[in-house]
Design a protein around this ligand. Sequence first.
Ligand code: NDP
Length: 502
Amino acid sequence: MSTFLLQRDQVLRALPPQKLFIGGKWVDSDSSEVLEVRSPSTGELLGKVPHASAKDVARAVESARGAWDAWRLTPPFERAAACHRIADRILARKEQIATIISLEQGKPYIAEALPEVEETAENFRIAAEDVKRLETPIIPARDPNKRLFTFKVAIGTWGIITPWNFPTVIPSEYFGPGIAAGNTIVFKPAEQTPLAGYFLAQCMAEADLPPGVFNLITGLGPTTGDALVSHPGIDGIGLTGETHTGDTIQRRAGVKKLLMELGGNGPQIVLEDADLQRAAKAAAFGAYFNAGQVCCATERVLVDRRVHKDFLDLVVQEAKNIKVGDPFLEGVHMGPMNNLPVLEKTERHLADARQRGARVVVGGKRLANQATNFFFEPTVIDNVTPEMLLNNEETFGPVVPVITVDNYEQAIKLANATGYGLQMAIFTQDIDKAFYFADRLRSGNVVINDTTDYWEAHEPFGGGGGTKSGYGRLGGRFTFDDMTHLKTVALHINNLTPKRSA
Ligand code: NDP
């Protein structure tokens, strides 16, 4: 047995008991149903987690509500210190958590899983620093005997529901600011990647977070997740997931505060004056990083007809350089796709495009002779046209669809037409053109001369207003705006200013 396999076994053995984490303890579920967690890269059974019942959800919500009063009144500097302790524990367990991420999610260990864990810790550090500087306005009063103060205060108990593509960094985008601001949390990770969440819960306990501030329940979205969303004791829901899940949750939640980070269909637009080498590298990174399973992945490239051929040649070369395989092997750029539905969606979108006349230039099918059937070839497909699924819907696979455009207005129209508006990129060497596009793209985020997959942990990230990509902002201090509300306190004073005589 290789040392590496040995290490994986050690990490699996170090996992906390596969129970629920409620009130600071690992407790049995009320349900006897379990969900199997399998590795997409080896097919091995990694664990069995409870399929939490509505009763379990109610227990977790009660625990979080019970902890809230004391936690919201804990001084912010103490809450900040707790966030730093959590970050310390995450970094102390960095290799373990990254190993679990690569095992259950499939992303390359060195290039992607380790950096994900570092960013997870960073999100707690940023929140810890930001909460100490949460300034709010003191506003002028009309009444001379009053003073008006505002405070950003915690909303209450949140249900946080997250996807499988970033098993720890996405949850931490909510947990850091949420906990720092004085909220309490019930977390439901994705069914495919709950094990990394077990380590996160362990880190919270090791950081002496008061019992009940953070709770973990595992289960399926439509059952466990729905019980959480519809529970009257939940004050806010943070969802990162597909647009149709956001739609369902919005209907089920009733009057609760919602923070919705939904799907994307990021175009990369390449103008006639672009640095084509840079644009091709960015498109390949944007489409193949995490096997294309990223909300801001490069889902389509809109390229000016005058540079289409040169760009295509370059991006095909980039695709051929991508090494696919075991996520634990050094030099591997891309692991397996995470699950069958996302794989089949990619195949469906490619079949639709081929049938309508698009041409696969490289890739286009599953890789043979791998440990599982989940490995897909890095793909470039040309002659993609607006009516195809590859253009209209989020594919979430390792595909660069190339669409040729004839003018700027056509590019802007196509970019904005799908209704998604999360992150878009524009490649040009002319700053005036860059801002011509940035001003017109209906998107929460625009990147100039880099990949659609570019983000920084503390930048405000989220859907452009009125788009299918959701609303609210994750990232740094901006998340405090969504996870707190502004409380105004009016103070009566006896104004000692002498009254003017008539
Ligand atoms: P899903 O919407 O399928 O699932 C997301 C989470 O919602 C999972 O935990 C899921 O549970 C849960 N869920 C599903 N149905 C319900 C329900 N009825 N009630 C309550 N919870 C429910 O998304 P994926 O996991 O497939 O993730 C990929 C999607 O996430 C893509 O669309 C991607 O663009 C988006 N995303 C958006 C980001 C952003 O910042 N805007 C960032 C990253 C991803 P379970 O899976 O356990 O059944």
